[in-house]
Ligand binder design. Structure first.
Ligand code: DUC
Ligand code: ZN
Ligand code: ZN
Length: 471
């Protein structure tokens, strides 16, 4: 099948220009100056997509999702089937999910389990990072094997969640030294979990059980402290590439900016929830309502500078990527596990369907350029995690993962209309001045005018190379 996307404005990380895009099979064949592409009479079996007045952008890459993650006595409520379909609706054509090794488990078995969940169930392409929940001789050896043979080239460690995923400083240093040897990236959940657990116990003993105390017991200073410590350990390990996930705090961002200015291989991402939602307005909602927004790192105070600084960090590239940390839990029976004790609320917000739209709203609001929108949602994730130039760019030879985005369309986010397996929306009622019009995954139209045309099993596993940003 040949597709011609005609009349649109192609946006890439480096510029915006009118062009027609020809897709042959699963890949992009050519870009033409407007009107210079083939006509219907010249090519048989050609489908023309009229993109007049619309942007033509690379399919979104969400580099941080947790389908079916076991957490807090339950599982994230999206399967690879429901979650990747929802992602496609929202203009995301690749996810990088986190396979899990928990303390005491075997890394290879953890990865195999993740393949078992995803294989044959995905609507869009997918890749894996690996959570290393128990750094020891075996898991360090497994890191080499994953880089060399499995296409897994990034490893997440946790400075939070003692007893679950937590690594101490010695374990972190060893994993960083290993990553330095094999060229992979260390991704860090940077919060001082030992200190946080003390604050949680003190709050609970004072009878402070509401969801807002989740945020109050995870102060931004403890995100910053962990971020600074992670950077120091990465330096000591030989300047290991370090990627701080789900950054929410100004002080942590300042630490990353300082390290980057000094020339270190330090990168960071933020997520839409930290750009739009706040401790007071969401986590502090009356009664138990705030449980919907319990995630870690937590939402920050609107009376502090965090959101302003995060938007600025996105513009300056101190924040390289916007991912979702998609980790949905239903309110009923899942978030409710923490009724009367905020520390038992499963941590996570679902948003895989809304990232492209929510960041486009940043363009509308004058906080990001169009090119930077594309860069932070697609191109940089591809480069950062070894998928470029197959993904993340509209160029001949790249996979035909393309979104036609309508700046004149309107999107209202609601549980009534979303496709994620969640009984509420973290962004209920949010209005976006833009709309995903058509979504193409490897040359197949999977969404057109709100209608779903894709299929479970279309999505393929993407073994990844090393990051393009590292020598
Ligand atoms: N943070 C979350 O909010 N959920 C899953 C894991 C994490 O680090
Ligand atoms: Zn995390
Ligand atoms: Zn996460």
């Amino acid at each position: 099948m040949t597709l011609l996307i005609r009349g649109g404005t192609v946006v890439t990380s480096t510029g915006t220009h009118a062009a027609d895009v020809l897709v042959d099979g699963e890949t992009i064949a050519a870009l033409f100056a407007p009107g210079f592409g083939p006509s219907e009479t010249e090519v048989s079996d050609i489908e023309v997509i009229d993109a007049t007045g619309k942007y033509v952008v690379p399919g979104g890459i969400d580099a941080h999702t947790h389908m079916e993650l076991p957490f807090g006595g339950t599982f994230a409520s999206d399967t690879f089937d429901t979650g990747t379909k929802a992602a496609a609706f929202g203009g995301t054509t690749t996810i990088i999910d986190f396979a899990v090794q928990r303390t005491g488990e075997n890394v290879h078995e953890g990865l195999a389990a993740w393949h078992g969940k995803a294989d044959g169930n995905c609507h869009i392409d997918y890749a894996f990072h690996m959570i290393i929940g128990g750094v020891d001789d075996d898991s360090l050896k497994a890191m080499d094997a994953l880089v060399d043979h499995e296409g897994v080239t990034s490893f997440k460690l946790f400075m939070a969640y003692p007893g679950v995923f937590y690594s101490d400083d010695g374990q972190i240093l060893r994993a960083m030294q290993k990553a330095r040897e094999n060229g992979s990236m260390i991704m860090m959940h940077a919060e001082n979990g030992i200190a946080i657990d003390v604050l949680i116990q003190q709050a609970l003993s004072r009878g402070e059980t509401d969801p807002i105390h989740h945020g109050l017991t995870r102060p931004s200073e403890l995100e910053a402290e962990a971020t600074r410590r992670a950077i120091s350990l990465a330096k000591v390990a030989g300047d290991t590439p370090l990627y701080i996930v789900h950054m929410s705090a100004s002080e942590a961002l300042a630490a990353v900016a300082q390290a980057r200015d000094a020339g270190h291989n330090v990168f960071a991402e933020t997520c839409p929830q930290y750009l739009y939602l706040t401790l007071e307005d969401q986590l502090g909602a009356p009664g138990f309502e705030g449980a919907k927004w319990v995630c870690s790192t937590p939402l920050r105070s609107k009376h502090e500078s965090h959101q302003r600084d995060l938007w600025r960090g996105l513009r300056s590239n101190d924040l390289a990527i916007v991912s979702t940390d998609h980790c949905p839990f239903c309110f009923k029976d899942q978030k409710e596990l923490g009724l009367g004790d905020f520390s038992k609320i499963p941590n996570g917000i679902g948003g895989v369907e809304h990232r492209v739209d929510l960041l486009y709203q940043g363009v509308v609001d004058g906080k990001l350029s169009l090119e930077r929108w594309v860069e932070t949602i697609a191109t940089t994730p591809a480069r950062m995690f070894g998928l470029y130039p197959r993904k993340g760019v509209i160029a001949p030879g790249s996979d035909a993962d393309i979104v036609v985005y309508d700046p004149d369309g309107r999107t209202t986010i609601s549980v009534e209309t979303h496709h994620m397996n969640m009984d509420h929306s973290a962004y209920e009622g949010y209005q976006i001045k833009g709309k995903v019009d058509t979504v193409i995954s490897r040359g197949t139209v999977v969404v057109a005018s709100g209608e779903y045309l894709g299929r479970k099993g279309h999505g393929k596993y993407l073994p990844r190379g090393l990051s393009s940003y590292l020598s």
